[in-house]
Design a protein around this ligand. Structure first.
Ligand SMILES: NC(=O)c1ccc[n+]([C@@H]2O[C@H](COP(=O)([O-])OP(=O)(O)OC[C@H]3O[C@@H](n4cnc5c(N)ncnc54)[C@H](OP(=O)(O)O)[C@@H]3O)[C@@H](O)[C@H]2O)c1
Length: 291
């Protein structure tokens, strides 16, 4: 638990990761300053009611961000996924530069588990290692987290749940790792709590491991009816560059790495299994996906 009562400045607090980080930091007693575009929006109101200080600003306003950082202890940086690669790199580097200039004690940057030594060829993945490299060159203490695949991504309408099947990129016996977005918040809060332990590190974070067949079994159990698992056929993969790049990253790229879940539990003892996520946080989205 922190002794430092200066706030953590959270970007993206009205979004998934920033929202989870805000909740977890407040829970652990950190003051949170949330930079939001629209302080009157419903999500900002909920954040304010939960105890966060709302600070109006956008990524386009470097002066405002500088002011928001001035008396902060830490910064949580996450960028929206829809930015063009060059904009993501520019904003991610700008936020880190401002953190270094204002003497921020601890920057936590949320990158992606697809970041590795080599570009993947997927623009939204390849911005992140460039931002990571920039952060490592700066004179500030930073921790880079690389979340594995978000559990809610598996409920996207394209995988066939509404037709009573699940068709995905994994071979039936192949495994991949997932993370619950609320767990990202808990990991990041634990990282801010222990700067000496986590400062300077790059950490992949995961909550559970599942195979293709296990996805079928878990979805069947949650839906109360059979959801058969199959891999997207090779000819469909071969005809779709985006899908085949993703399959390659899962087969033997950075998403094939396996994070030690016991080591994860040492940081966040409450990691969420996919099964329990579907029963609680993911329940409504699962119902919608099943149609
Ligand atoms: N590992 C995975 O499976 C996975 C899955 C999805 C995403 N991701 C990664 O996660 C990241 C996105 O995180 P997320 O899902 O938490 O994002 P999100 O839910 O889309 O939230 C984006 C946040 O950024 C804010 N924002 C957008 N434009 C802004 C601007 N110009 N100035 C200031 N704030 C702005 C949004 O505010 P408003 O509320 O005002 O819009 C919102 O709070 C991306 O890097 C993406 O690649 C990973």
């Amino acid at each position: 638990m922190t002794e430092d009562k200066r706030p953590i400045l959270v970007f993206g607090a009205t979004g998934r990761q920033g929202g989870a980080v805000t909740r977890a930091l407040l829970h652990r007693g950190w003051p949170v300053r949330a930079l939001v575009r629209d302080p009157a929006c419903e999500t900002a109101t909920v954040l304010r009611q939960a105890g966060a200080e709302i600070f109006q600003g956008t990524f386009a306003e470097a002066e405002t961000i500088h002011t928001a950082m001035r008396d902060a202890h830490g910064v949580f940086s996450v960028l929206p996924g829809y930015l063009p690669e060059q904009d993501e790199v520019q904003i991610g580097c700008m936020l880190a530069d401002l953190a270094a200039e204002t003497g921020i004690a601890h920057l936590v940057y949320s990158s992606g588990a697809s970041s590795g030594d080599k570009p993947t060829g997927v623009a939204r993945f390849d911005a992140k290692p460039r931002i990571e490299a920039h952060i490592r060159r700066l004179p500030l203490t930073a921790t880079i987290v690389r979340p594995m695949i978000f559990m809610d991504m598996l409920l996207a309408p394209v995988f066939g749940l509404n037709e009573g099947r699940y068709t995905f990129l994994l071979r039936p016996e192949q495994s991949m790792q997932l993370v619950a977005v609320e767990d990202i918040g808990k990991f990041v809060a634990a990282i801010f709590d222990d700067r000496p332990r986590f400062g300077g590190r790059t950490i992949k974070i995961a909550s559970d491991t599942v195979t293709g067949n296990e996805l079928g079994a878990i979805f069947s159990e949650a839906a109360g009816r059979l959801i058969a698992y199959s891999r997207i056929p090779d000819d469909v993969l071969a005809a779709n560059d985006a899908l085949s790049s993703l399959a390659a990253i899962l087969d033997d790229g950075p998403l094939a790495d396996h994070v030690d879940l016991d080591a994860m539990r040492e940081i966040n003892p409450d990691i969420t299994s996919f099964r329990s996520w579907l029963a609680v946080d993911g329940r409504r989205a699962l119902s919608a996906a099943l149609g």
